[in-house]
Design a protein around this ligand. Structure first.
Ligand code: ZN
Ligand code: ZN
Length: 139
């Protein structure tokens, strides 16, 4: 917790118990949870936590660049504490979102396109059927 607290302060974010818990949750659960999922899981442990606090906290983390926001689908925003460049794969069967490695040679961030536009962010979303669901449909 102390390490995380120092990490937050270093990023210019005043640390609080709830903020630390939310960050810790995101770092431990690489399932790209939504605000609802984070709230549901943490409210058992922190009864005073509100959904608004979770929402405001993840938005703050996103604005400071320590969490990335994934908008694979408009109605569902998910959060990821892994801010390195990687693609996301969403399974249309079970709804899980997986991390997919991008080839290290594909570095689009900071790149200037042929047309002269500068890229500051690149989100790669893939959709399909995950390996677990593929297995179960084959049987
Ligand atoms: Zn699946
Ligand atoms: Zn991810």
């Amino acid at each position: 917790m102390e390490k995380l607290s120092a990490y937050l302060e270093n990023e210019g974010i005043r640390s609080s118990y709830q903020r630390l818990k939310i960050l810790q949750y995101l770092q431990a659960h690489r399932t790209h949870p939504t605000v609802d999922m984070i709230y549901k899981n943490l409210s058992k442990e922190i009864p005073t936590l509100s959904k608004t606090t979770v929402y405001n906290t993840v938005k703050l983390f996103v604005s400071k660049g320590i969490v990335q926001e994934l908008t694979i689908e408009e109605k569902e925003v998910r959060y990821d504490a892994d801010t390195t460049q990687h693609a996301h794969f969403k399974c249309i069967e079970c709804g899980s979102v997986y991390d997919v490695a991008l080839e290290s040679t594909i570095v689009l961030q900071g790149m200037v396109t042929e047309e002269g536009h500068k890229v500051i962010d690149c989100q790669v979303y893939l959709k399909g059927i995950c390996k677990d669901c593929l297995k179960s449909t084959k049987n």
